[in-house]
Design a protein around this ligand. Structure first.
Ligand code: RB5
Length: 134
């Protein structure tokens, strides 16, 4: 799959772990940064991910900030982007099954690397159920 990812300074370590995991699994990752803990504005890293999703350049997007909310609000301004804020594997599964989310937003300061990687794995492998959710 093609996957676009972006994070602010709160999510750098988590982003690096997720990118390594995705590349290890054979996915093509477009990493829009940021890559240091210097303070940045999360929209600068969310909009490029949303643009790729909006333009069909990527299968899924992953966005990360401290709470996951600011960057989720940013990407959800784009037509065709459906970002879900996820904090457990089950919520990530439901975001795909019921909401057909195409972007997962992760709260870096309120999760762990293993939990976030598990959420991403689940998100990428769960299908939209359609039916009453369509
Ligand atoms: C950055 O300090 C923080 O405000 C940001 O990562 C995020 O939590 C905003 O929603």
């Amino acid at each position: 799959m093609n996957i676009a990812i972006g994070a602010d300074h709160g999510g750098v370590d988590l982003k690096h772990a997720i990118v390594a995991r995705l590349q290890g699994a054979g996915h093509k990752v477009q990493d829009f940064g940021t890559n240091s803990e210097d303070s940045v504005d999360y929209p600068d890293f969310g909009h490029p991910v949303a643009n790729d999703v909006e333009q069909g350049k990527t299968d899924f997007g992953i966005v990360i900030c401290g709470s996951g909310n600011g960057i989720a609000m940013t990407v959800n301004k784009h037509a065709g982007v459906r970002a879900g804020l996820c904090w457990t594997k089950e919520i990530a599964e439901l975001a795909r099954q019921h909401n057909d989310a195409n972007v997962i937003s992760i709260p870096a300061r309120y999760t762990s690397i293993p939990q976030a990687v598990a959420m991403v794995d689940t998100f990428l492998t769960t299908a939209f159920e359609g039916g009453r959710h369509a």
